[in-house]
Design a protein. Structure first.
Length: 386
């Protein structure tokens, strides 16, 4: 099979239908319950932003460590990165519903607490918008350069663009650590404006890498089933699984220490965050979150023979994609909507975002050769084994 992904008309139709479902769900929800609608927009904006940031983070890590095994799959995180401009537009659209999401955006009504007023020099609408523009401009620019260097490497060969990509990867990780942390504070943690956690941003950075690798493997698996990546073997699968296994432990560790330290300290200004997530309908999902995102993946990926079984890893990845949505749902919805509810609005809007994501990523994959023919480590990737 030629080294270029052919995008079928059926996939385009499917993604268009999914986007249509999302638009219908958005409109109906907006008419019925604007607060819930805008909370779902934030939820999906952040979920898909995390996938893009995490995929680019993974891409950068492979370049910095000069990992050979993953070279064959580098077009996948590149394609995922092409979704960043779309998320930027959707994040700016979210500004129209900012008063429905964030308590700190309504300080002019005279009911704001003293702590929110104290944070107002930072948490205010104009500065909030400026930060969105700044962060996304940086991310889009770096992703654009990654893609440019990759195409130039394919065209000209040599190690010049390989070295440039490695240096840019170091810059990206530094920029991402700061900007994505601040973005997480802005868009998610400030939903509960009087609450704060010192590991919150780090946990979400780990989560973005963890869950984006699940998305990358799912795309790789689908392409493999379609006849692409003929050199892919069980050792490639094993490396994907080891990433998931290690990051799953790190995610669970950060989740647990955040919960344990805050709960153990029993300070009302901190514990109200978890109290809200341990009552009414939220309590069940509180435990489902940790089971899906850590317990099941940990048990499944512990044996080496399962790490090399593509169907076991595939199931784990599908589970983690659901787990990412649940994790973000638990972070955002109790502080915005308050009442636990999952219905057509939640499912429909997510389907719409997913359809748009599939369309953009597939379109990018179809534009260029799937295998980076002039990468210096390509042969190592094709012959990968322990």
């Amino acid at each position: 099979m030629e080294n270029k992904v052919k995008i079928s008309a059926k996939l385009n139709i499917l993604s268009a239908i999914m986007v249509a479902v999302g638009i219908i769900a958005l409109i109906l929800s907006l008419v019925k319950n604007p607060e819930r609608t805008w909370a779902n927009v934030l939820l999906n904006n952040y979920t898909f932003l995390s996938i893009v940031i995490g995929a680019t983070f993974f891409y950068a890590l492979q370049n910095i460590t000069q990992s050979g095994w993953s070279v064959m799959f580098k077009r996948i995180p590149e394609a995922i990165g092409s979704f960043m401009p779309v998320i930027a537009i959707l994040m700016l659209i979210m500004i129209f519903g900012i008063n429905q999401i964030y308590e700190w955006s309504n300080i002019s009504d005279g009911n704001a607490s003293e702590l929110i007023l104290h944070k107002s020099p930072y948490l205010n609408v104009p500065f909030f918008i400026i930060r969105i523009i700044l962060f996304f401009s940086l991310w889009i620019f770096i992703i654009f350069l990654f893609r440019k260097y990759s195409m130039k490497e394919d065209e000209l060969g040599g190690t010049i663009f390989f070295s440039k990509t490695e240096f840019l990867s170091k810059v990206f990780i530094f920029v991402m650590a700061i900007t994505f942390s601040l973005g997480t504070f802005d868009w998610v943690m400030s939903v509960d404006a009087t609450w704060f956690s010192t590991v919150y941003a780090f946990k979400n950075i780990v989560s973005s890498l963890y869950h984006s690798i699940a998305v990358i493997f799912l795309i790789v698996f689908i392409l493999k089933q379609l006849g692409y990546f003929p050199e892919m073997n069980k050792f490639h699968i094993h490396d994907f699984a080891r990433y998931l296994f290690g990051l799953g432990i790190m995610w669970a560790y950060l989740w647990f220490i955040e919960y344990l330290l805050i709960w153990f300290s029993n300070i009302p200004e901190e514990t109200f965050y978890f109290v809200a997530r341990r009552q009414d309908g939220w309590n069940t999902l509180f435990y489902v979150n940790i089971i899906i995102n850590w317990v099941i993946p940990f048990l499944l990926l512990l044996p080496i023979k399962f790490d090399r079984n593509k169907y076991v890893v595939l199931f784990t990845c599908c589970l983690l994609i659901v787990g990412q949505w649940i994790d973000n749902f638990m972070q955002i919805m109790p502080g915005t909507v308050g009442i636990f509810h999952i219905g057509f609005a939640e499912m429909g809007i997510y389907i719409g975002y997913l359809g748009l994501f599939i369309f953009i990523v597939a379109r990018t994959l179809g534009k260029t050769a799937l295998i980076p023919k002039n990468h210096p480590y390509l042969l190592e990737s094709k012959l990968h084994h322990f």
